[in-house]
Write a new protein. Structure first.
Length: 252
């Protein structure tokens, strides 16, 4: 991973950003990070959020933040504005989602029994496609338990990957990168462009692989020994401050 100062950030058209641990600092979106998003948008640079968080969060973000779109549930669906109306677009058709949801609930229930103390995240009630097991938000299971949850679920054919706070679980042929590609093709009609992705955790690996301009905020170093694909560049600052550093570099 090279220092951000070595990245060519000229003519950037859009920033795709993870949320937890990338925009947030200690779990909160600060006024200075929100101002950095606003500064990018004012300069004509679009911002799209890409998160493992639930659909319920995604709709709120799309309606209340100055963003051009929101991809949630690790690519399970996205929100986008079309002619002043917010649209919800799923990665898979309804019948397939319903089938997968029932099977996923069974697999996750087994995982919760397998790992002592494991429980669904408090916001899983607002999901539509995936489910999340809390290991570091309201729970304190630790990394060893999170790794065992991933192993157990993957052995049952479930996609399972850690964010900075949850083990995200889903059934279906999608991830953050595949749904962002669909978003670019269907909504912007421009699959290729000067786009940046910024993230911090294991479930950002598909996006780091997909974007030539991939950036990790400094806390990505916490997982650099285990992440499948590292970002090409890394900020000096952690979390939201790292995003602010990136936004400033793009604007300059």
């Amino acid at each position: 991973m090279q220092p951000l100062s070595r990245a060519d950030l000229t003519a950037v058209e859009a920033v795709f950003s993870d949320v937890d641990g990338t925009l947030t600092s200690a779990g909160r979106l600060t006024s200075s990070t929100l101002a950095a998003i606003e500064d990018l948008v004012k300069a004509g640079i679009k911002v799209v959020l890409v998160s493992g968080r639930p659909a319920g969060w995604g709709e709120a973000w799309a309606r209340e933040l100055p963003v051009s779109g929101v991809v949630v549930e690790n690519g399970g669906l996205y929100f986008v504005w079309r002619r002043s109306r917010l649209h919800r677009v799923y990665a898979e058709p309804e019948r397939q989602r319903a089938k997968n949801r029932k099977a996923l609930q069974r697999h996750v229930a087994a995982a919760l029994k397998h790992v002592k103390g494991a429980r669904l995240s408090s916001d899983s009630a607002y999901t539509e496609v995936d489910l999340a097991i809390d290991y570091a938000e309201d729970a304190a299971l630790g990394e060893k338990a999170a790794i065992e949850l991933e192993r157990f679920l993957r052995a049952r054919g479930v996609s399972a990957v850690r964010s900075s706070v949850h083990v995200n679980c889903w059934l279906g042929d999608f991830d953050k990168a595949s749904t962002v590609r669909a978003f670019l093709k269907n909504e912007w009609k421009k699959p290729k462009g000067r786009y940046v992705y910024v993230g911090d955790s294991l479930n950002d690996a598909p996006m780091f692989a997909a974007f030539e301009l991939s950036v990790g905020v400094a806390n990505v170093r916490d997982v650099e020994d285990v992440i499948e694909t590292k970002p090409r560049f890394v900020t000096q600052a952690r979390e939201g401050r790292g995003f602010e550093e990136l936004a400033g570099a793009i604007l300059r």
